[in-house]
Design a binder for this molecule. Structure first.
Ligand SMILES: Cc1cc2nc3c(=O)[nH]c(=O)nc-3n(C[C@H](O)[C@H](O)[C@H](O)COP(=O)(O)OP(=O)(O)OC[C@H]3O[C@@H](n4cnc5c(N)ncnc54)[C@H](O)[C@@H]3O)c2cc1C
Length: 500
């Protein structure tokens, strides 16, 4: 079944594994892409139920416009005509709800700033300084093509003054340097769920990068993420010497100068000159057998981003636009104060206040791509405490199942109260994913949402890159690039430039 020796073995078919495998296969390198699950894509995979499609980890994409990393990626693979993107609303790509107020975040940092100045004129000076700093951080990240390059930054310290100044600053510390009222702070930190960390723990640089990047344009694949991934699969499969092998979790990696191999849990040995791992860097190094591991302590010790609880709904015979939804995501904050909201969930598992993100992807794709005609999809997500679910699952399976059901019902009650009366009459499909389901399916450590935590330790000059202690082993994925589909694809392009 397996070719004797591949140029590259790629372990894991998340967007990192898929994108680097497609780039290399396109250059006629022989690839064996090995995926543990029966399906491709990891967090970017799509679940299909009764004509509805749901993607775990893609709500919107940044960097899809011209001269952005995705454009280069598609051009490299000749896919520019096949993969198109639809834009979120220019006037509102994210809607932040706080008690008594809806704030629509438009494209354009200046527009966003001016909108907030209109709401809080007494904070004009502070808001101007706040957004100027965010733009400076973004500009310096752009100089690095969005993956901070330690060598380049150290060689050009004057070009990176803002990154140096704020390397150890959290979003909250930065907010504290102003006298913004709590409701304005809540709005400014309202999208921080994207980082799966609260303002008190999130890196200012990570937060600024995310906010400005999305303000520069937010898109969704016009035919859905499955189509995007399928096109990459086609490229790999059409390369004569390459294969995609599913349903084989890798358990060991053996590194040799020119004859490395991996062993799967089904005891298959697959040989390759190089190995690229799309699984967690720390887990990858633990799998390496029989070679002396040079010291690489940093790679083994980092905090992970938090995990999440997600409910997907397939709604029949409904027009969501009539219920206040549109080409935007909604961040629903039931209280003022994002840290307070976050710790209530983490420490007290207060699910009553937990709905935080509502996405309506079927509004964003071309017609009928994600739902049957006249129907719609909706996705509700909140960050939760991994240990709570893990303990529950291990100690009392019945209670775990009951709590999982209860949380889903709470989410639906919430939608009924705030948006769609009688929503239950429209529900045709309900898919509920707890951190345990995620962990069991994708084997991500503690079911983390975006790889290592977006804190100041990890978003730093010492961030892990594709480099490992071994010449022919490489990392690709959320923890070794900048997380998010675009960040990871940017990392694949950088690794590709290195390897080709
Ligand atoms: C709820 C949620 C919402 C998100 N929203 C967005 C968003 O709107 N926009 C955005 O850009 N990003 C978003 N993200 C982040 C983004 O989806 C992820 O960062 C990205 O998909 C991770 O890709 P990856 O390549 O690192 O690997 P993963 O997706 O983690 O894939 C790793 C693959 O490796 C496989 N695997 C694991 N162990 C083994 C093994 N031993 N052998 C073989 N295979 C193995 C897994 O099955 C999996 O397929 C979101 C994430 C989540 C969870």
């Amino acid at each position: 079944m397996f070719k004797k020796k591949y140029d590259f073995i790629v372990i894991g078919s998340g967007i990192g594994g898929l994108s680097i495998a497609a780039l290399l296969a396109n250059k006629e390198k022989s690839i064996c892409l090995i995926e543990g699950n029966k399906f491709i894509g990891g967090y970017s995979s799509t679940i299909q139920v009764k004509g509805y499609s749901f993607t775990h980890g893609v709500k919107y994409l940044y960097g899809c416009g011209p001269q952005n990393p995705i454009a280069r990626f598609l051009k490299e693979l000749n896919l520019e005509k096949k993969i198109k993107f639809n834009s979120f609303s220019q006037d509102c790509y994210d809607l932040i709800h706080i008690p008594g107020k809806d704030v629509r975040i438009p494209f354009g940092v200046k527009k966003y700033r001016n909108r907030l100045i209109k709401l809080y004129p007494e904070h004009k000076e502070g808001l101007t300084k706040y957004f100027d700093t965010y733009e400076k951080i973004f500009k310096e990240l752009r100089l690095n093509k969005f993956l901070p390059d330690k060598k380049y930054i150290l060689l050009h310290p004057l070009k990176h003054r803002t990154l140096f100044k704020f390397e150890k600053t959290t979003t909250q510390e930065f907010l504290d340097s102003f006298d913004f009222p709590m409701d304005l702070e809540t709005i400014l930190a309202g999208q921080i769920g994207n980082l799966a960390l609260p303002p008190k723990e999130a890196s200012l640089i990570g937060h600024a990068g995310m906010v400005v990047f999305y303000c520069n344009g937010a898109h969704f694949p016009a035919k859905g993420m499955k189509h995007f991934n399928d096109e990459l699969v086609k490229i790999i499969s059409s390369c004569e010497d390459s294969e995609i092998v599913c349903n084989q979790f890798v358990k060991e990696i053996h590194i040799d100068r020119d004859n490395s191999y991996v062993v799967t849990e089904k005891d298959k040995k697959i040989y390759g000159r190089n190995i690229i791992s799309n699984i967690d860097p720390s887990q990858t190094l633990m799998m390496v057998k029989g070679a002396k591991k040079p010291k690489f302590e940093k790679a083994l010790k980092y905090k992970y981003s938090d995990t999440f609880f997600q409910v997907f709904l397939g709604l029949k015979d409904i027009d969501l636009k009539k219920y206040g939804f549109g080409k935007w995501n909604t961040w629903f904050h039931q209280d003022i104060g994002v840290n307070k909201e976050y710790y209530a969930l983490m420490k007290r598992n207060d699910f009553k206040h937990s709905v935080s993100f509502i996405g309506v992807p079927s509004i964003l794709t071309d017609k009928n791509m994600l739902a049957p005609p006249g129907c719609a999809t909706m996705e509700i997500i909140t960050i939760v405490n991994y240990h709570y679910f893990k303990k529950l699952y291990e100690k009392d399976r019945k209670k775990y199942n009951s709590i999982k059901r209860q949380i889903a019902e709470l989410f639906i009650d919430f939608l009924e109260k705030h948006y769609i009366p009688n929503i239950r009459e429209y529900i045709e499909v309900k898919e509920v994913w707890s951190p345990i389901d995620i962990e069991k399916t994708f084997r991500t450590v503690k079911a983390n949402m975006v790889g290592s935590a977006f804190n100041t330790d990890n978003i730093s000059l010492d961030r892990i890159t594709w480099k490992t202690p071994f010449k022919n082993l490489f990392f690709i994925g959320a923890t070794s690039t900048m997380p998010g589909i675009t960040g990871i694809i940017t990392g694949s392009l950088r690794l590709y430039d290195e390897l080709i």
